[in-house]
Design a protein. Structure first.
Length: 256
């Protein structure tokens, strides 16, 4: 495991979650001394995911669209800005061809504190590539393993996190899938999505915590107060927030 001590010792337990087309360096700079970690992205590192994001944007959703020839310089600039918020910086990435993304991953690792592989996106343009949340499906097991094996071969000096969505798979199925790649990642950033409910699925999170006690866990979903954050922190090392930031409900964060 790599450089994990500085993550475990972060006094601030609230994380700014990645939001497509929103969480860049300038956005993070609005929240100096607020978050323990800020997550940039998701950023696309190859042609397939870049094209998918353009299609998503064309139907009205925000995305980060950058020229791939300039992506290294652009992401480096965003990391540099985000670090001025006095937070550690995680970079959420998407790609379909590891070898086209490889050099970009190496460049990101030189400046970021955490590399986060997106296994969370549910936009059809991404899932049609068997990426995002579809990476966790049984039939895509070899693809996920291939990605993580190749990332490990890069011998990066920063931790590797997986951004996941609860209840896309049953907890037992997700645990089985993650167990097969246990040695390839250091942390889990899990959206505790609870279908039909207005609160996080903490029972699902509890199962992940019990089965991966050695991993750093960031819990996410419906955290908007000291009370809801403390409930999630029973099973997570950190909690991440998104919607409450967009609605400017952040005063409670400084009370944590």
């Amino acid at each position: 495991m790599k450089k994990l001590d500085k993550i475990y010792t972060i006094p601030k337990k609230i994380v700014l979650a990645p939001m497509a087309g929103i969480t860049d360096g300038d956005f993070c700079l609005k929240y100096n001394d607020t978050f323990g970690i800020v997550c940039l992205g998701a950023f696309n590192l190859d042609f397939d995911t870049d094209l998918a994001s353009k299609k998503i944007q064309n139907r009205g959703r925000k995305e980060f669209i950058y020229e791939l020839s300039e992506i290294d310089q652009k992401i480096s600039s965003e990391i540099e800005k985000a670090k001025k918020s006095n937070s550690l910086v995680s970079v959420n990435i998407r790609f379909n061809d590891f070898f086209k993304a490889k050099s970009h991953i190496v460049e990101i690792s030189k400046n970021a504190d955490i590399l986060e592989l997106n296994c969370h996106c549910r936009q059809p343009e991404i899932t049609d590539l068997n990426l995002g949340q579809n990476l966790l499906k049984f039939e895509n097991e070899s693809k996920l393993i291939n990605f993580l094996e190749n990332i490990q071969k890069l011998n990066l000096e920063i931790p590797i996190f997986l951004k996941l969505r609860a209840n896309f798979l049953k907890a037992e199925e997700l645990i089985k899938s993650l167990d097969k790649v246990r040695g390839y990642f250091d942390g889990i950033h899990i959206d505790c999505f609870n279908p039909g409910k207005n609160h996080a699925d903490l029972e699902y999170l509890k199962k992940i915590r019990e089965n991966f006690p050695e991993k750093i866990i960031i819990g996410n979903n419906s955290v908007n107060s000291v009370e809801s954050a403390k409930e999630m922190l029973e099973y997570a090392d950190f909690v991440s927030v998104a919607r409450c930031v967009l609605s400017n409900n952040i005063e409670w964060i400084n009370k944590m």
